[in-house]
Design a binder for this molecule. Sequence first.
Ligand SMILES: CC[C@@H](C(=O)O)C(=O)SCCNC(=O)CCNC(=O)[C@H](O)C(C)(C)COP(=O)(O)OP(=O)(O)OC[C@H]1O[C@@H](n2cnc3c(N)ncnc32)[C@H](O)[C@@H]1OP(=O)(O)O
Length: 280
Amino acid sequence: MLFLQMYLAEYFESLAFADDFGEGVYMGQVIEVEMDKRGFMKLLFNRPEKRNAVNYQLMDELESILSEAASDDEVKLLVLTGAGSEAFCSGGDLREFQDLHTEEEAFFMLSKMGEILYKLAVFPKPTIALINGSAFGGGCEIATACDFRLAKREARLGFVQGTLGITTGWGGASLLLEKIPEQKALKLLLDAKIHKAEEAKELGFVDEVVGEGTDGWEWFAEDFLRHETGVLMAYKRLLVHKWQDSGLKGRMDAEIRECSKLWASDEHHAAVERFLNKKK
Ligand SMILES: CC[C@@H](C(=O)O)C(=O)SCCNC(=O)CCNC(=O)[C@H](O)C(C)(C)COP(=O)(O)OP(=O)(O)OC[C@H]1O[C@@H](n2cnc3c(N)ncnc32)[C@H](O)[C@@H]1OP(=O)(O)O
């Protein structure tokens, strides 16, 4: 407990650069944060050697950063991306979670991230997923929770959970059904295939395919950054109210329960074992 308190105190202290509203960088263990004086905060998932898979540490850092950034007046817009050129995020860390066997064990982990995903979806300012490489499984769920998805031409995307004998475990399907037409969402979920960025754009999942460098997304966000934070937040509130009225959170919770049941199946455990033992 004492260790946790010390860790959090140090963590929030190191985020204090954002209070200066200048440019700055904060290095967490697995998330790097860059603050730009024009008002965007860029979060970089920083586990490139694991294709930026989400482990408990990443969940904790993401949750703290979202809480801080939500009430920071200087943050107008959030951009989420992955470190390295290979991956945006390869989903849940199958190695770290391989010891979760029962429905209840799975539910604990899945609902923890489900809460964070909902927090990201209802973040009070616009959010952009800059999909710089592979976005698989939960990586696609994170991208779905953002308001906009920009993908580099070479990015590959897939709700591949079906190939692991599970469904979206963090509530991402309920979010997807809010963001693109039902038929297209259902197809992406049911076929569990990997799509090129251009195909994902045709399906309506990706808003823009962008080229090399950062210009692509900065161009996309420039028009937002010109406006007062209050304007951006007022529009975002409209969307969040719509989701609150339609019970989005309850639907995400039910989705997480469905995945927890499948997680406990032999088929899922065998698929994870195949992935972890795959020889290069
Ligand atoms: C748990 C929640 C659930 C959900 O709610 O959706 C999920 O997210 S389930 C996970 C779904 N994701 C996947 O199935 C993707 C698994 N990864 C891959 O298919 C590939 O790694 C890749 C993303 C296509 C990248 O391929 P490649 O560039 O060839 O790299 P490697 O495969 O060699 O991976 C390098 C390194 O990273 C480890 N890695 C990658 N993804 C994960 C992961 N999701 N969990 C844990 N570890 C992952 C991989 O094992 C390699 O590690 P080393 O062998 O130690 O080098």
